[in-house]
Design a binder for this molecule. Sequence first.
Ligand code: ADP
Length: 490
Amino acid sequence: MVYTLVERRRVDFSNLTEYDTVVAASNNDAVFFENILRVLPLTTTIAIVVGASQSETWWRNEVAKSTARFSDRVQFRWYDKLSFEDMLKDAADLPPHSAIFWIGLNVDAAGVAHEGNSAFSRLYRVANAPIFFHDETFFGEGIVGGPMQVVAGQTKMAAEVALRILDGEKPGDIKPSFVEVAAPMFDWLQMQRWGIAESSLPPGSTVYFREPSLWERYWWQIALVTAVILAQSGLISTLVAERRRRRLAEVQSAQRAKELTHVNRFAMAGELTASIAHEMNQPLGAIRTNAETADAILKSRTPDVAVLKDIVQDILHDDLRASEVIRRMRSLLKKVPFDPKNFDLNEVVRETVDLLSAVVAGRKVELNCSLAPIALPIVCDQIQLQQVIINLVVNAIDAMKDIPTKDRIISIQTSRVENFAELSVSDRGPGIPEDKLQEVFEAFFTSKPEGMGMGLSIARTIIEAHRGLIWAEHRDHGGASFRIRLSLVQ
Ligand code: ADP
């Protein structure tokens, strides 16, 4: 007979015959208590679960021998005199810093037998303290761990002994072998539950059932999400910086556009000089004629006061006309902020055409104006809209400089199209190539040797500030046509 899966203290060696041998576990109970106090150093109470059968009583007394060493630190509570129900009650209500040491429970003090590990499972469910036991078959069922008596260690050795016997060796000649506890092993879940740090485990311990960390379980998902977040943050900061830069650029470009608009107006003033001279000439001439007439009347013997009154009225009227011309020119050149007001598009066009009359006459161009018979109420900055019209007309004049005088005709038209007021300035020049119809509005696009290429770009900026549209078209019978569309005031 090979005695195995037994502890050496339960073997009566004097009873062995020459046909028997032993492969037994060899435990030192003190080691188990040391283990408890090592991983839970604050432990002051250890409840010992052990039954009341004969063999269990034997073990109770055996283990009790090892407890003496710890009696100054730990109070031991023995369950051998309790029914299982009472054990459960006690284990559920142990004082703080308690541990439970399991020896075994086959028959309790009430005489009730307990099969398998059902008693352990029930106790584990109610216990308020960690349970220690050194039988590896309970590992994973709820024990914390420590040095373990591993079944495979004994069975392997027992099998080897059995083989030697089968090979002809005499059992009595085979020396009894003893299997010590294996390296400590711990249950990670129990360590978490009872707050046992890995650093407090004895050296050489192995931790089992460790739950993979979030990173171990989802590393690639976490890496992916982090990468996406990082990429997003990068993108956001780039976009924010980009937006700031764009804002700055917008402010700068608005400032430049304002300055350019103003400069462009001065350039226009050059074109308009002839017109101004012409317009000023008329009232000044009339004033002079009237003044000479008045002088002659005053020199007569019976000056007709009524006629003199009329003459003075005329002079005042002409003076008003002259100052009106100056006012218009001044306001065109003034640096004023965008100031939209209610106007009739026809009126704005009429006044602009007046300003331009001398220019067109000087350049030998005919300006035909065909205004809508109805009012076209719009909200606009009059000066700016005038500026656009002058730009378009001056461009039209430039475009026709190489064609015979009789063909130099500019048509300005206004009309109502649905809810919009439309203005067109058309000429009979060479027109604009199809692929340049958009490009002419770009800044610095010019085909003129001394051109700035800003006129149409400024015109577009102004019209867009009015929420309107401006575009260039071909005329069927040659020439270019520029159209502006602005919302009508309802
Ligand atoms: P600039 O007059 O200084 O060249 P503009 O922005 O006013 O600047 O005009 C840009 C270009 O568009 C002109 O150089 C010309 O080539 C073209 N353009 C403008 N108006 C006309 C037109 N009525 N007919 C033909 N081409 C035109």
